[in-house]
Design a protein around this ligand. Sequence first.
Ligand SMILES: Nc1nc2c(ncn2[C@@H]2O[C@H](COP(=O)(O)OP(=O)(O)O)[C@@H](OP(=O)(O)OP(=O)(O)O)[C@H]2O)c(=O)[nH]1
Ligand SMILES: [Mn+2]
Length: 179
Amino acid sequence: MDSEASLLLETVNFAAEKHRKQRRKDPEETPYINHPIGVARILSYEGGVTDIEVLQAALLHDTVEDTDTTPEELEDKFGPIVARIVQEVTDDKSLPKQERKRLQVEHAPHCSQQAKLVKLADKLYNLRDLNACTPVGWSAERVQEYFVWAAEVVKSLKGTNSALEEKLEDQFKQRGVQL
Ligand SMILES: Nc1nc2c(ncn2[C@@H]2O[C@H](COP(=O)(O)OP(=O)(O)O)[C@@H](OP(=O)(O)OP(=O)(O)O)[C@H]2O)c(=O)[nH]1
Ligand SMILES: [Mn+2]
């Protein structure tokens, strides 16, 4: 088997073990791992991305933020580039939520191209999810606020990948949010 396929299997297996106890916030409690797999699949299948390190970072993108995974662990196992991309898309959970959200908008333009790709695909997945069903406990206002905030982040990522940006625009249109 080709070594990139084998590396992707190693990476998806690592992410699945790390996220094994987590569920999405939808009423069906979908396994959390569906999200990172879906983000990597958006990059490959819809964004035409072939950079293996970007696809690995997509699979791992929520491990440091949402599990006991450390940046050192990622660096040891997957190397400095993958670890750095994941770090770039990791929110500091010790900060208040409003501050975390503000920092995403502020930091987006300064991220590497690789991190920008992961951020675009992450937002596309989450917006499609929101257009498909509302997370448990979210009001319609909270959903709309997420769209408005995500549009600010995506505006800061303009010029990264036109296919993904067009698909994001479709999602915003459904909510009457202008990019
Ligand atoms: N739309 C949707 N999102 C869900 C669901 N289950 C879990 N999430 C996650 O919730 C996060 C968005 O919810 P928020 O309330 O804004 O953020 P928070 O969890 O970090 O506090 C996303 O995190 P993230 O991937 O880290 O991205 P980001 O939004 O923080 O950039 C998303 O992956 C679901 O069923 N639908
Ligand atoms: Mn995510």
